[in-house]
Ligand binder design. Structure first.
Ligand code: INI
Length: 156
């Protein structure tokens, strides 16, 4: 059996963007740190990594679409935090961010990973941003690196 899977090392010259929805930045800053840490630990060069900030998770798909159109990046890692708390916005924003990123990703031709937290409480968000449940930004970047290498293995 031939197994085809992506390696976990960043190849030289690959350009990656992290898109961060700044809303709840105490949490999302930690997700960015996690994503950057994963990128560097897997052999990435900081000069090939860009951070793009948008106001909130709702805006993430909009800018991802433009970044794809710019053809400047080989892969895009999205991070953000939508926290239910007391906001009636939660269902709309989390659905738009999730559907929006998935929809752009399917059309883009490049790997795009989803590190946007959709959680019920600030405690759950903190748990996933570098405390007891790991760091979702780190995980999203590791996934992205694997998928980037897998895309190279499977030519369209
Ligand atoms: N944006 C988030 O990223 N997380 C949230 O929890 C959130 N809440 O709760 O409102 C949020 N709102 C802002 C939204 O993403 C847009 O920036 C805003 O609606 C303007 O388009």
């Amino acid at each position: 059996m031939n197994v085809i899977e992506g390696k976990l090392s960043v190849q030289k010259g690959r350009r990656i963007a992290i898109v961060n929805g700044r809303f709840n930045h105490l949490v999302t800053d930690r997700l960015v740190e996690g994503a950057k840490d994963a990128y560097l630990r897997h052999g990435g060069d900081e000069k090939d990594l860009d951070l793009v900030l948008v106001p909130g998770a709702f805006e993430i798909p909009l800018i991802v679409e433009r970044l794809v159109a710019s053809a400047k990046y080989d892969a895009i890692c999205t991070v953000g935090a939508v926290i239910r708390g007391s906001t009636p916005h939660f269902d709309y924003i989390s659905a738009e961010a999730t559907k929006g990123v998935a929809s752009v990703a399917l059309k883009s031709g490049i790997p795009i990973s989803f590190g946007v937290l959709t959680v019920d409480s600030i405690e759950q968000a903190i748990e996933r941003a570098g405390t007891k449940a790991g760091n979702k930004g780190f995980e999203a970047m590791v996934t992205l690196i694997e998928m980037l290498n897998l895309y190279s293995e499977v030519q369209a």
